[in-house]
Design a protein around this ligand. Sequence first.
Ligand SMILES: [Zn+2]
Ligand SMILES: [Zn+2]
Length: 648
Amino acid sequence: MIKVSLPDGSVKEFEKNSTPMDVAKSISEGLARNVISASYNGTIVETTTTLTTDGSLILYTWNDKEGKKAFWHSTSHVMAQVLEEKYPGIKLTLGPSIDNGFYYDVDFGDTKITEAEFKAIEDRVLEIAREKHEFKMRPVSKSEALEIYKNNEYKTELISNLEDGTITFCDHSNFFDLCRGGHIPNTGLIKAMKIMSVAGAYWRGDEKNKQLTRVYGISFPKQKDLTDYLELLEEAKRRDHRKLGKELELFAFSQRVGQGLPLWLPKGAALRDRLEQFLKKAQKKAGYEQVVTPHIGQKELYVTSGHYAKYGADSFQPIHTPAEGEEFLLKPMNCPHHCEIYNNRPWSYKDLPKRYAEFGTVYRYEQSGELHGLTRVRGFTQDDAHIFCTPEQLDAEFKNVIDLVLYVFGSLGFENFTAQISLRDQENRDKYIGSDDNWEKAENAIINAARDKGLNTVVEYGEAAFYGPKLDFMVKDALGRQWQLGTIQVDYNLPERFELTYKGSDNEMHRPVMIHRAPFGSMERFIAILLEHTAGNFPLWLMPEQAIILSLSEKYENYAKKVLSLLENHEIRGLIDNRNETIGKKIRDAEVKKIPFMIIVGEEEEKNGTISVRRHGQEGKGNITCTIEEFASIVSEEINKTLKPFIV
Ligand SMILES: [Zn+2]
Ligand SMILES: [Zn+2]
């Protein structure tokens, strides 16, 4: 018998050579139907793998990331089978799962695959799927494997790097492939499959190698899942922040200025400024002090901090000056500067915590292929802050930061999030800097703070940085995509490297603990995510323009101006569309700009001193006629619903 422990903490005994599927069946028939992959003692196994030792088992379904991986990777085998069938003589290389689906890199030789052929391939994949072929792993000796793949230089290279005795093939139907494992029980689970695109890809990602064809696909256990997914992709395209950023005139890029260096247009700059003021106001209440530091620093600064070792060679190179040997770097991080602010004077434990905040612009050299709109750029502004505190203060500081992050999310309409807590690897504690005692304090502070604040948490062991544990907020946007926003990170390393000290109550000198935190992350990435989450319909308090005044004709221009000035008195951001266009055209254009309120003024309104208000996206439903005062209270009421004061 073997002992199998399950994630709920229970331990059950099974016959030796039982499989994960046997375990699933012993729990329930329903589970057995849904289990598609498993891991045993941390290693991915097949649902049919025989278990020979005691261990801990996790069963995965389609709802788990690991389940999807197995599902998609298995589909890549079937797609490879069909490609081989349809294009004899091609050379298969690698076919892993990715975040959304899978790909297979293929050397098509002289033939070419075109979009016109996708449908036939998809149909054949589903045909094979319906035949319910089991995926079976089979060990193969190195010499045998090399012999089988003697005409495929890619597989030969892969096999050469493997140790004899560890090589396995996966069989299904009449097809086999070199594979480590991690498959669903049989092809019958694949009910929908689509080839998404083909692209060029160098063998092993090296441009010195031959260019292969990467065939991207995705598959699902239900046809409806595929339909939903394709709809989601369409919606994501409509919401693409690069497209919306252009339409709403928020930001632009210029090849002359340089790749990955966004230019903020007036409306975008105003939006950013509003976000900054919003956070500054809350931070002030939370006890932060604003600081300002330069965009560059001496190379030595980053050698001290360790950032030079990490970013130096692969990032922007030092700036030289006329002075011999003098070198500066564009700052990749604000932390070293803030450490030196802390070092500007001696501190006593009574002075702590110190909380220094800065909207600090940093520069990191991203490969041009990695650049993407505002989410991957080469220069960006972090809503950075560093807290220097005693180990005893960590608990309270963590709660303080979590409150601030939750306030930011609430004010911006992010309601769906989990907190990921990254702790040390339990087995291997040597690779972390800082005393065991301090780590324990910090890890407990994070866990306690997250629990006290009622956060929905996931704990990941071994995910902590070598210099400290952290808490990341994982936010789901309106399309169900997950983003990492708002990091809180404990650091025992920089206080050491910068020799930060404070005098304790025992009159001895001690090292403070440092916390890095950024609720937005960076202004660029945050605005991109917010744009896609809201489709450009920002919360009213943040909207670049809250109301647009549309006059029915030139005759009412003076009244329009008067309305605008009254709106300004109520701190409502408005503008006038006084173009010589029909009201219908003016309304359509205002809709495209996503301006929340359209205010229509004509003879009636002027005579009565009123306005007619139409809401964005409501096609005239709920139009009202009211006074400016009434309108102002509608606006402030709506703003107060999302933007509440930050209470410490
Ligand atoms: Zn495989
Ligand atoms: Zn930092």
